[in-house]
Write a protein of this length. Structure first.
Ligand code: CA
Length: 229
């Protein structure tokens, strides 16, 4: 297999060097772009496997880079944002970013995020055309509309089942509160956010029966992610 090609979009030379040095020593290939325009150009001409995107760019907002890439490609995008850009991080996820890293981040964290994204890609490719989803002891039979834990049918409410399917469809990816409430209720009022928390809690109680296996991870203030077991 070819080494994955990573597009690094970052205007800060120091951060860019840290990232590219890490990539080089961990068997990745990379390209760099210092601004949004050149990032969009490189994404379309070089078709990288993953984009690492800083949100604060000199010529345009990183969120705009995501929207423009998403108009023609589903390539994975991992956002890199400073803590002060928390609101932007959420709009970046809503615009279609797959994951995020908060500055300052460690090399280990960067590598972990890249691995998660690669696993998600591999899972997506292998499940193409399949109507059954498997992750650890969890099985979802989309055709039958049933979910199982260790082959025992789960007694889920329609909302819990819908939530589980949404998380499974994007396994490994953080889904924002707004994205989830919008998909389920078509709105994202404060009351929907509260309902989401309740349904998520009951869903987790039903599927996380083994205390050693966590299926759903909470990202406080942002959303939820189904972990690839
Ligand atoms: Ca920047």
């Amino acid at each position: 297999m070819n080494k994955p090609l990573i597009l690094v979009v970052e205007d800060d030379g120091t951060v860019r060097n840290l990232i590219t040095t890490t990539l080089k020593s961990n068997d990745y290939r990379f390209l760099t772009a210092p601004d949004g325009e050149s990032a969009i150009g490189a994404a379309s001409t070089r078709q990288p496997d993953i984009v690492l995107l800083d949100l604060g760019l000199p010529d345009m907002d990183g969120v705009e880079v995501i929207s423009r890439i998403r108009s023609w490609s589903q390539m994975p995008i991992i956002v890199i944002s400073a803590r002060s850009e928390d609101a932007d991080k959420i709009s970046a996820l809503d615009a279609g970013a797959d994951d995020y890293l908060t500055k300052p981040f460690s090399v280990a964290e960067l590598l972990a995020r890249l691995r998660v994204t690669q696993r998600r890609l591999a899972a997506l490719e292998s499940k193409n055309g399949e109507s059954v989803f498997r992750n650890g002891s969890l099985t979802i039979d989309y055709g039958a509309g049933c979910a199982y834990m260790n082959d025992v049918p789960l007694k889920l409410t329609p909302t819990e089942y819908k939530l589980l399917c949404l998380l499974a469809k994007d396994v490994g990816k953080v889904l924002t509160h707004t994205y989830l409430t919008d998909k389920i209720w078509g709105s994202s009022w404060e009351s929907d956010m509260a309902s989401l928390r309740v349904h998520m809690a009951t869903l987790r109680k039903k599927i996380e029966t083994d205390p050693d296996t966590q299926y759903i991870q909470t990202h406080i203030g942002i959303g939820y992610r189904m972990l690839k077991i």
